[in-house]
Structures are given as C-alpha cells and as structure tokens.
Design a protein around this ligand. Sequence first.
Ligand code: NAD
Length: 501
Amino acid sequence: MHPGEYTAQTVFENFMDGTWSASSSGRLFENRNPANHDDVIGVFQESTADDAVRAIDAAERAYADWRLVPAPRRAEMLFRAAQLIADRKEQFARDMTREMGKVLEETRGDVQEAIDMTFFMAGEGRRMYGQTVPSELRDKFAMSVRQPLGVCGVITPWNFPMAIPSWKIVPALVCGNTVVFKPSSLTPLSAVNFVKVLAEAGVPPGVVNMVTGGPEVGTVLSTHDAVKVVSFTGSTAVGRLVNQNAAPAFKKVHLEMGGKNIVIVMDDAQLELAVEGCVWGGFGTTGQRCTAASRVVVHEKVHDEFLAEFSRRVKALRVGDGAIDGVQMGPSISESQLETVMRYVEIGRKEGATLVLGGHRLQEHAYARGWFHEPTIFADVQPSMRIAREEIFGPVVSVMRCRSLAEAIDIGNDVEYGLSASIYTRDINKAFAAMRDMYTGIFYVNAPTIGAEVHLPFGGTKATGNGHREAGIAALDVFSEWKSIYVDFSGRLQRAQIDTE
Ligand code: NAD
C-alpha cells in the first residue's frame, strides 16, 4: 500500500524529534473497525528498521538535556498532559471503541486509567523517594537516589490502547528517561492521541517518539545498543523473543504477558455476586483482557445452581458494535483472533467438555461486517484440558468443579500463567488462605479477576511476567536505577568494615 492510494483518507505519520514524518518505506497499513470492517479509520506508517533507528537516535540526543530537567518540572508537563486527556476523554474513548471494539463504557475506563496513571506518576516528580541511612563511620553521610537509564523502548498490545502505553511512558518520563514507543498495529490511533497530548503538554522534541509498524520495529527496540530498558506487554511467545533479543546486551527487560485467570466460588459464597463477577470478569472486553476470568472453579455443592444462573445471565448479554448504547459485548479485535476463538471452541468440544452456551460465530444482519462471536460457556471442563490451560483471549469461559478449597487452589495454580485470581466466600479463613496460596501477582476477594487500580503494582508470576511490576511506585523500579552515594566529611581515610573501633 502506498501513500498515493489513500488521498481520500486520513494518513497518520510517525512522531520523531518533535515532528510528524512518513516512514522511509513509503508503505502504509490500514486501521479498520472490528465491528464493521468496511469502516477504514485511517492509514498508518509501516515503518522500517531504519525509522526505528532514527527515532532511537532522536531519543538519545534528547536524553542529554531531559535527564537534567528537575523531576518536579518534568512532572508539571505530565500534570498538564493528564488534564488534556481528561478534557478529551469522550473523543479518545470513541476513537478507541472504533478501532478496537470494546464498548464505550469500557473505553472511557481505559482513558480514565491513563488519566489516573498520569496524575499519579506526575506526583512522583516531587517524591521519588530514596533512602538516607546512618553510616557506620563518623562524619560520613550515606544515601541512595534513583537515576534514569536513558532510552526506553516501549512495545504495547491492542487491548488497552491508552492505559498500557501510559503505564510505561509516564513513569519512564518522570524518572528522566526518553522513549521510543511502538504501539500495536491494531490500535495506532489511540497511540497518536496519547503522543499528541504529551507534545502539547510541553514534553520537548525527541523525549517521546512514536514509530508504528510490526516486528521489524520491535526487534530494533529490543536489540539496539542505545536502548537501555525494554518494556513490553503482549503475548508470552513474543515476550520470550523480546527477552532473548535483549539478553546479549544485558538490557533491563520488563515483560507483562499472557494469563489464564481463575475465579474460585466456594459453597458459602454469595452466589448472585459471584455470578455477576464472573459475567463481568469473563466477558468484559469480550474476554480480551490479560486478567480475564477465563476459568471458574465452583464447589460441587453449588455448582449446578451457579452454572444455571451464570448461563442465564450470559445468554442475556447484548453483543454488537461497542459504540451503540446498550451493547454489553463488542467484537473480537480481528479476523485472526476470531479464528483463534473458533478453533478453541472446536478443541473444547473434541476434548469432551460440555458446550453449555454459545459456541458460534455471529454473522447475520448487524454482525455481517464484523468479527463477532457468541459469549460461550463450557462446563464439565477438566483442569487438564487445553481450554482450561491455554490463553484463548476471547469470550469463552471454562467452568470446573471442586470438592474443597485445597483442590480449587491446586487447579488454580496448575497452569503456566500467574497473573490474577479471585475467591468468592464469606469465610474469612478461606479468603486469607487463598490469598496466601495462589501464586499470582494479583488477588481479589469477593470480586472478579479484573479491576486493578493504578496506585498498586500490576503484573504476574511464571509465564506472565519476569519479576517486574508496572503501576504503583513499583513502576519506578523498572524505569530507574539505584545509585548509592557516600560522602565522607571527616578529612581522613575511613575504612568501612575495617575501622570498627
Ligand atoms: P502480541 O504479542 O502479538 O503483540 C504485542 C506487541 O509486540 C505488538 O506491538 C506487536 O507488534 C509487537 N511485536 C510483535 N512481534 C514482535 C517482535 N518480534 N519483537 C518485538 N515486538 C514485537 O500481543 P497482542 O496480541 O497485541 O496482545 C495480546 C496479548 O497481550 C495477550 O497474550 C495478553 O494476555 C497480553 N497482555 C498482557 C497484559 C499484562 O499486563 N500481563 C496486559 C494486556 C495484554
């Protein structure tokens, strides 16, 4: 695809060194509405490795000054950015629904998360606390301070197109780093909206650069010598590749990857509340959340009652274009994601699970031009089945049975991933035991597996993450490095550990 073919449409460019410019490739890609693929939102730059290198060069040059701007001054720009996003919340949410399909109520939430994160992190400009500690020697001062690292490569997925970029870019900036940002090719418009706001808020040229495109750009961000931190959110397979690519240069790599999250429903649970939570956790964002409640394990005493009510509630969900009032679940993001969902429905059937609800693509009438699938529930699922172990990333929930809390926890932990889990119970002892024993980065009591807030750490264990966390002050650990400083004002040589008298 070449620029001339798109004169009637909006062409979006890369952002480098404070200016918008076309890729050297001369190639473009389309961004289409997943609820109606006749609706072309715009065309974006299919960038090359050279474009990525130019953006990194710009970020490296800008770093020389940006790292010396006092953090409270950097934060003032971020406060302005947060307010600008708030002023444009409705437009940004509508753009997002159009490009990735989730319902307006949820895209407003996505934009709100970017607002919350930006205000929260801007506050760090006047904190970013280090430590001062007493020295073991007289007339000696000891402290630690956070220092920026340099250029950060930021690679993001499509399911939270403004929230996730904000989780990475804003803490990177407040710490004094510069950024090259590669958004998902499925949601580049929300990325453009976010980057424009940062520039308008006064972030200087070269401090934030955006390069759209595919793996070619991502590979440069993971391998180039000048990139000191790679912060990636996406699938476990691509995360592993990023990690391998970044390893030879010992880059700091922050990975947030897949999930197979579980809701545990005990026999003493408030069943109505559990059902409501499982509907929201399983089918919110069409199941396309890393924290989606794609597994539910229910105590055998209440299993049948739960399943009947859960199915009744899910059957009533209104599926459609997320921009239309009253719609509760939008389309899958793309044809290939829809095919993945359909493939897993087939796998579930073949594995012998009982298809209780849904199981088909929606193609008639209003659904004809989009990537829609029925909300789908499997019951009689065994923990060993693939539908209970692999991330599907669609509107498919697997329901299992258990006889005890211990069994539920074993099932919960026996997957490759470790992002989020939850329990519904009125027994505080069970709640605390599950809170302690589920090996996940996030845990909820009497709430579904989704609903994280920006001021606590976010991330997972095992194949979900590599030990880092974003959000909260934990994000500062990704985007800064500790320097320990000793100032000896005794005027003589004092030897730690040796001059002990
Ligand atoms: P993806 O892995 O396909 O893509 C993520 C990003 O990586 C995109 O920008 C993509 O262009 C880029 N990329 C692709 N190949 C690359 C390469 N070789 N080198 C560098 N970058 C490359 O994931 P997706 O489909 O966009 O998002 C869905 C996945 O993201 C799911 O697995 C979901 O669980 C995960 N996710 C995780 C979290 C979390 O916090 N744990 C949050 C949201 C989404």
